[in-house]
Structures are given as C-alpha cells and as structure tokens.
Write a protein that binds this ligand. Sequence first.
Ligand code: HMG
Ligand code: MG
Length: 304
Amino acid sequence: MLPTRVTLVEVGPRDGLQNEARPVATAHKLGLIERLLAAGLTEIEATSFVSPKWVPQMADAADVMAGVPRRPGVRWSVLTPNLRGAEGALAAGADEFVVFAAASEAFSQRNINCSIAESIERFRPVVALARAHGKRVRAAVSCALGCPIQGKVSADAVDDVVQRLIDLGADHIGIADTIGVGTAGQVSRVMERTLRRLPAARISGHFHDTYGQALANIHASLLLGVHIFDASVAGLGGCPYAPGATGNVATEDVVYLLDGMGIETGVNLARLMEASRYICEVLGRPTASRVARALQARPAAQPG
Ligand code: HMG
Ligand code: MG
C-alpha cells in the first residue's frame, strides 16, 4: 500500500548552499527560506553548526537561525557534528539536531575527520544535550549506497551503523545516497533492512540525483511504506567532501511525482517555483530541476 501522505524535508538551505563556491549572503538564505515556507514546506534544514574552516558557507549559522520566522507547525533542523555544534544549535533555538555518520570508514575520515566509532562517541553528548532540552535527534547515514572513495558499501555495513545510531538514541534515521549512485533494487534492500529495525515514521530517504536515479529510488521506498524524504529546491547542492556528486533530488521533481500519484505533501508547486526561481537568480545559474525547466518553458496560458 502506498502512503497517502509524504513529508518533505527541505534541505536546500543547508545541503544545497553548503556546496556553493561563492558565499551566499545571509539575507539571500533567509529570502529562500521565506519562500519555501510560503510554498507550504514545514520541515526545513536551515544550516549547519559545523567548523567554518571545514565548510565556510555555513559560517553564518547563528545569523540564519536568528532570522528564520518562527511559526507553529514548522520544524527547524540543523547539522550538529559535535557538542560544540549542538550547543550552537541549542542557543539558536533549533528544533532538531542532525548528526551525520557514514557507512564507509573512508568517507567518515574525509567528512568529519574521525572513524565511524569515534563519530558515534562524539554524538553521545549531542544526544544527551538534545534529550535534556526536549530536542529531536535525526541521524543521517552517509554513503549508504556507495562511497566516493571506497566504492561499494554493503547493506551489512549500513545496517550496522543504523543499529549503532539507534542504540545511541537517535529518534530518526536518514538513509543517504551521498553521491547519488544507488538504484532502486539496492535502495529497496537497504530500506527493508532498516524497516526491520524501525517503523517507517522514523526513517527517511536522502537521495542525491547524480545518476538521475533519485525519483526511482523514492518510488522504491514509497512501495515499502517509507514516507519521509529530503529534497532540495532547484536540485541544489552536494557535499564538499564528495566531489562530483550533484545536488539532492529537486523538491519540484518530487512534488510533481507525488501530485501525479495523488499523494499529499502540503506543498504548492506554483509557490515552490517562486522559491526555485529566486535562488537560481541569486546564484546566477539555471535550475537542476527537470520539472522547473519544463514549467518555465511552457508557454503562458492565453487569456480568455
Ligand atoms: P576537526 O578539525 O577534526 O575538529 O573537525 P577540531 O575539534 O580539531 O576542530 C577544528 C576547528 O574547528 C577548531 O577551531 C574548533 O574550535 C572548530 P580552531 O581551534 O582550529 O580555531 N570547531 C567548530 N567550530 C564551529 N562549530 C563547530 C566546531 N567544531 C569544531 N561545531 C569537525 C571536526 C566535525 C568539526 C569538522 O570535520 C566539520 O565541521 N565537518 C563538517 C563537515 C560537513 O559539514 N560536511 C557536509 C555536511 S554532511 C553532508 O552533506 C551529508 C548529508 O547531506 C547526508 C548525505 O548526503 O550523505 C548530511
Ligand atoms: Mg546530502
């Protein structure tokens, strides 16, 4: 049975903008966020409390969080790689702390400069702080479908990290295809294994679209009952430590798919296009969303 409703977590302001070569002004990040809210998105990954030496694009994390409009029903998540990040997130009033581990040792070293086991230890005080203040913890599992350094990643390796993150106390697990190489059968196998450990309401898919497989991977996940997905407006993004990987699946593409399948998202595609056009203008480049391109190319409806 397909889900009747899907929750989209908009990661454009974070996963999207962390990878920009040129700095994006805080005011533009807030302009994007405002338009995403207007489109009906209620879960927004706004920024990262990471080292500005590692990811300078997220150096204005506190300013971004100070500027986001607080509204009932909207959840603000931020990346928190260690206690320092979690303290920043707490002070900034984030609702959800996102820790990120990898299913590949090589990528863990490259992205967060420590082993998988060390990363889990670093997350312990993050989870403790979150618990003490009633915040949610989401744990992303990077390279769950392939690694830019080591290549193949086994479903066992993913399952092992998932279990360690559950043991740590994560409320939610995000299965992430960091480099967008996974295909539908592989995604089904990884999701099936994860669903043996957690209900679907505590699992999400985060699919970069490098090989154009993300929508198929979302569909494969939907068939298993997974109903929470990350997406990035205009298909922005990538990871600075995964060169060559393109952005997340475009939010416009996912909304178009789900609208067509009669699955509710609460997101208005026309309003989302306003956010998409805005950020593409700010960045000075065309959208990576196929749906946005098609909608922009469509002749305007003739009056009368
Ligand atoms: P490190 O160099 O091993 O740690 O970095 P450190 O403790 O030695 O800190 C180095 C410097 O950073 C120090 O400053 C710290 O104070 C400072 P210095 O003394 O040299 O002046 N520092 C911090 N500053 C601000 N906020 C902090 C913080 N922590 C330390 N929280 C560390 C370890 C984890 C900090 C670093 O590797 C890091 O920040 N990595 C972040 C990498 C990142 O953001 N990657 C992209 C996001 S993950 C992603 O995109 C994947 C995802 O989308 C899912 C998927 O697609 O796979 C989620
Ligand atoms: Mg990502």
